[in-house]
Ligand binder design. Structure first.
Ligand code: SME
Length: 162
């Protein structure tokens, strides 16, 4: 059997995420099912998880939510730390092709080589983020970024209707 191209796989997973969005009863359920989908279907997405901003925390704090992959020591991350803090504080997607070369990187697993963090917006404000680590260098091409941003948007939409 021929192997699917990454583009075909991204398309298939995008449609599956759309279905999960229409089926999920709560934002929490959607976040859990998206972590499973991305971790199981995208072979280079070795750790997939959500960090959400703790309501009312001062200073602001990202707290680990649903995830799939190895346990991480980083279950709470302040906004001035890590790739996670950078994405949440700027409201911009951060793609790191080689984590060894990024001084902001907080190590989670020795196997991680690249990472992407995409903010989740609720009514225009960052509410959390979707973080993905890969055991492969430069695992996140433009089409991966679009897929992950789309998943983060679905979660933001569902949180808005909560
Ligand atoms: N690497 C992240 C920390 C979270 S773990 O990847 C799960 C960072 O630098 O913020």
């Amino acid at each position: 059997m021929a192997t699917k191209s990454n583009t075909d796989k991204v398309d298939e997973v995008r449609k599956a995420a759309e279905r999960l969005h229409s089926e999920a009863r709560t934002a929490d359920q959607l976040m859990e099912s998206i972590t499973v989908l991305l971790n199981e279907q995208m072979l280079k997405y070795n750790w997939v998880g959500f960090y959400m901003l703790e309501p009312g925390a001062n200073p602001p704090m990202l707290v680990l939510g649903h995830y799939r992959g190895a346990m991480t020591p980083h279950d709470r991350i302040p906004l001035n730390q890590g790739i996670c803090g950078a994405a949440a504080s700027t409201g911009k997607t951060v793609v790191v092709d080689d984590v060894k070369k990024d001084p902001r990187y907080l190590a989670c697993s020795l196997e991680t080589k690249s990472e992407i963090v995409v903010p989740v917006f609720v009514r225009g404000t960052v509410a959390g983020e979707l973080d993905i680590d890969s055991h492969f260098l430069a695992a996140f091409a433009d089409e991966d970024r679009e897929l992950i941003e789309y998943c983060a948007q679905l979660v933001g939409k569902r949180l808005e209707s909560a």
